[in-house]
Design a protein around this ligand. Structure first.
Ligand code: C2E
Ligand code: CA
Ligand code: CA
Ligand code: CA
Length: 278
């Protein structure tokens, strides 16, 4: 028994060692990846359900790792946060998203609103509004075409977040509350803060065709948003059934694999911005 215990210990310690080594490697690579320009933005289109009309895109970052291929943000965003790289990466993402929208427009395509995700550290970084203003000026994108996606969990400090949001909002950009319904914030935030859009989380959409409860929750969010004069978009729509239920519940803005996965800029343009690449 003793011997087995010892072997187990060795087994776990090897496993743990391997995990730590991998993590240290990832951190090192992540630090270098920014200057090596290994990040790429994918864009997921958002549609007006009734007319299948493109109304915007969400920018989603990918890490084009030299050996491992395309890595998901779920894997590296938390690491970038921990090692203090997220503000650099976030600035890069913001600038690239604004640059791309302006470029498509200059090339004769439509001017498309872009949503960019903010991490909590980025949200609370000093001079965020000033940096964004500078990015808008440098890239030439009109502020009304930039939307920032924040989450309820970022707004634990109500007073500070209210000040930040007012400052951002005064730039003329839009604020969207991402993953709505999954956080802990109180609904009173909705009237305190300058929020333009609620984004209904995929977890409420997933079973909407089979769960009357989820259907009721979603219908309530939509109606609340309308009463508060906010826009509302549903994310994670994968099936026609889900789409039909949302349309019947008066949710006209839709994002999800049913219409399209997130795509590299070139692919998004050739698929959805036809005039650009005819
Ligand atoms: P999110 O902001 O909630 O983004 C939506 C995620 O759901 C994306 O995953 C998207 O690809 C995925 N998705 C969209 N439609 C569907 C669908 O119909 N079905 C399913 N199953 N999934 C769908 P992705 O691109 O892997 O991003 C994961 C998360 O990483 C994002 O969640 C966001 O929190 C974070 N993230 C991505 N890009 C950035 C960024 O530039 N900055 C920061 N701070 N976070 C980012
Ligand atoms: Ca988002
Ligand atoms: Ca989301
Ligand atoms: Ca999410």
């Amino acid at each position: 028994v003793k011997k087995q215990g010892k072997n187990n210990y060795h087994f776990f310690s090897n496993e743990l060692n391997a995990q730590i080594t991998e993590r240290v490697e990832l951190e090192g690579e992540l630090r270098k990846s920014i200057e090596r320009e290994e990040f790429e933005l994918y864009y997921q289109p958002q549609f007006h359900a009734g007319e299948a009309k493109l109304i915007g895109v969400e920018a989603l970052v990918r890490w084009n790792h030299p050996e491992k291929g395309i890595l998901s943000p779920a894997l590296f965003i938390p690491v970038a946060e921990e090692i203090g790289l997220i503000t650099n990466l976030g600035t890069l993402v913001l600038r690239e998203a604004c640059r791309q929208m302006h470029k498509w427009h200059e090339e004769g395509g439509p001017l498309i609103p872009v949503s960019v995700n903010l991490s909590s550290q980025q949200f609370y970084q000093p001079h965020l509004a000033r940096d964004i203003k500078k990015i808008l000026e440098e890239t030439g994108l009109q502020p009304a075409y930039l939307e920032l996606e924040i989450t309820e969990s970022m707004m634990m400090d109500a007073e500070t977040s209210s000040e930040i949001l007012e400052e951002l909002s005064s730039l003329g950009i839009r604020i969207s509350l991402d993953d709505f319904g999954t956080g802990y914030s109180s609904l009173s935030y909705l009237k305190m803060f300058p929020i333009n859009k609620l984004k209904i989380d995929r977890s409420f959409i997933q079973d909407i065709a089979v769960s009357d409860n989820d259907k009721a929750i979603v219908a309530s969010i939509i109606s609340m948003a309308q009463h508060l004069k906010m826009d509302v978009i549903a994310e994670g729509i994968e099936t026609k059934d889900q789409l039909d239920i949302l349309v019947a519940s008066n949710c006209s803005e839709i994002q999800g694999y049913y219409y399209s996965r997130p795509l590299p800029a070139g692919e998004l343009a050739s698929t959805f911005l036809a005039p650009l690449h005819k």
